[in-house]
Design a protein around this ligand. Structure first.
Ligand code: Z5A
Length: 230
């Protein structure tokens, strides 16, 4: 039993998606903390990564090593990492009754490598079927904002962390790519209205967290504690 005498709601799989710097990691942490306050067992994870093998693929990809292999091969690598993540962490956690909140998931492959990178839908669909093994998210929150504003956040974070080279990289990013990426995520939301909710990320952290909580409790009303009798 959780606080307030309600049963622990059954396991759910939630994903956060969107462009770089829109605040996904920040909101994943906040939502996990809020669920934990209600004694709901939560696993917080991310993609690419989440298991040792998937983290190894993450560092290989993020070091830019497979760039010369082409975007199709990159999509296959993301799917390989996802397959291990689903089988090694996500599915077992859900079977254990835990809520899983994942920072990026299969929609990122569709948006980055597919809709923006040009990998054909057939390959993206096949990789998704293979890697997900039937484990589709119950709810996907797509955080949406102008990429120029999001980049300024990431650039500022890099400067604050004493990493001017990373700040420089964001100044040189191809903004047109990120505009198309934003449209890609909005297309995914339009194509999956039962699963995806788009939220404006261009607001302060607390206000966005409140919007997210409202969506989550509307979707899963079992989370709202019963009123104490007066
Ligand atoms: N990728 C792919 O191509 N295909 C795939 O299938 C998958 C991934 C799964 C993953 O890198 C890369 O892999 C990514 C997509 C690709 N591409 N790149 N490059 P990552 O996971 O390391 O990068 P990211 O997902 O874009 O993370 P991020 O840059 O850290 O962004 P974020 O998680 O959305 O934002 P944040 O870390 O929560 O916040 C960013 C900064 O803004 C930080 O300083 C916060 O304190 C600040 N912040 C957060 N919220 C706010 C608000 N509301 N107001 C003001 N400032 C805020």
């Amino acid at each position: 039993m959780a606080k307030y005498g309600i049963d622990i709601p059954s396991a759910r799989f939630l994903t956060f998606e969107g462009g770089e710097g829109v605040g996904k990691s920040t909101q994943v942490k906040r939502l996990a903390a809020r669920l934990s306050e209600q004694d709901i067992p939560v696993v917080r994870t991310r993609e690419p990564g989440g298991t040792p093998k998937a983290e190894a693929i993450r560092s290989f990809i993020l070091q830019g090593k497979p760039e010369s292999w082409g975007v199709g091969a990159e999509a296959v690598l993301f799917a390989a990492a996802r397959l291990d993540h689903v089988n090694g962490l996500i599915a077992p956690a859900l079977e254990d009754g835990k809520w899983v909140i994942c920072d990026r998931f299969a929609d990122s492959t569709r948006a980055y490598q597919g809709l923006t990178g040009g990998v054909e839908d057939g390959l993206i669909d096949a990789l998704e079927d293979l890697a997900l093994n039937g484990q589709r998210p119950d709810l996907t929150l797509i955080l949406d904002m102008n990429p120029e504003v999001a980049f300024e956040r990431v650039r500022q974070r890099a400067l604050d962390d004493g990493m001017p080279a990373i700040a420089d990289r964001f100044e040189k990013e191809d903004i047109e790519f990120h505009r198309r990426l934003r449209e890609g995520f909005l297309t995914i939301a339009k194509d999956n209205p039962d699963r995806c909710v788009v939220l404006s990320a261009d607001q302060d952290e607390g206000a966005l967290a409140a919007d997210i909580w409202q969506v989550v409790t509307q979707r899963f009303p079992e989370l709202v504690p019963e009123e104490e009798p007066a």
